[in-house]
Design a protein around this ligand. Sequence first.
Ligand code: ATP
Ligand code: SF4
Ligand code: MG
Length: 323
Amino acid sequence: MTERAPVLSVRGLSVRFLLPGGRRIAAVTDAHFDVAPGECLVLIGESGCGKSVLASALLGLLPANAQTAGHAHLGDLELLTADERVLARTVRGRRIGLIPQSPAAHLTPVRTIRSQLAETVARLTGVRGRTALRAAAEQAAERAEFPPGHLDRYPHELSGGLAQRAATALALIGDAPLLLADEPTTGLDRDLVDRTVDELRRHVDADRALLMITHDLAAAERVADRVAVMYAGRIVELAAASDFFGASGPRHPYSQGLLQALPDRSFTPIPGMPPELGDLPEGCAFAARCDRATDACTALPPFTGSIACHHPAPAPTPENIRA
Ligand SMILES: Nc1ncnc2c1ncn2[C@@H]1O[C@H](COP(=O)(O)OP(=O)(O)OP(=O)(O)O)[C@@H](O)[C@H]1O
Ligand code: SF4
Ligand SMILES: [Mg+2]
């Protein structure tokens, strides 16, 4: 990777939800990562591990019962403590584009997709005039494969996949330096998945940054420069995509399990279930499911910057990359 300053720098980010009765949900714990200009970092992990909460923390969109700690710098702006007015006026949409996990809820129900696209074009790009706005809205729709014949529909008239594409079109307007895409390909068939991630890749290739959350490892492999794996609220592995999906493979037993569960690999699911985020063990949270666990794993494995495991597979070398 280049030595250029990251677009986003996350250090020790933790999110706790405080529940009635004093219960605490450790949704995100001590996350560390950077995303550079011209880089796509893909965040993967099982349902409920904290991926969307992490994204919401970066955008100041957590509910009132959430507490955050640590740092998340967008250039010189500390996102975690930024004023809501600053986030609303200068960050969301302008400096960070968001493709939300629930696009239908994100779209304005009483306005057509065309009018929402035109309004966003006018707000973020300064394009004025009915004809110019109409053309720019159609162009925005095309970038996200949103069919022009559906532009005059309201959100409730769209399928899940079309709402997804409308939300993607909205997020791409303004060409924000950082795009945060939370499951941007849900509900799309394989061909559309490929075309959507290729458009997101074009955003990256124009020297902008992309943090993409996905369950779709084929989409991740297609777009990622680096992969972050999250388990029970912690990032347990951060690797170059070429190593992770290549011959050397992932190093963390959980990441290895995720890949082995794929139909085109051994199609073997990881046994057991993730722990409750309100009742995490003191040591490695994966120990109950891990066939490499030893007594050492009753102590929390520190995150080295690339791995959090007491017994990881060897780091990539010229030999195991060739193997
Ligand atoms: N407002 C809240 N109060 C309490 N717990 C919450 C709240 N919002 C989220 N959580 C919990 O935080 C954890 C992480 O949720 P999150 O939505 O980030 O998961 P995810 O990794 O995005 O899952 P998925 O892949 O299904 O989208 C979950 O256990 C969830 O129940
Ligand atoms: S620390 Fe131990 S239990 Fe956890 S993933 Fe590594 S080997 Fe398995
Ligand atoms: Mg989510």
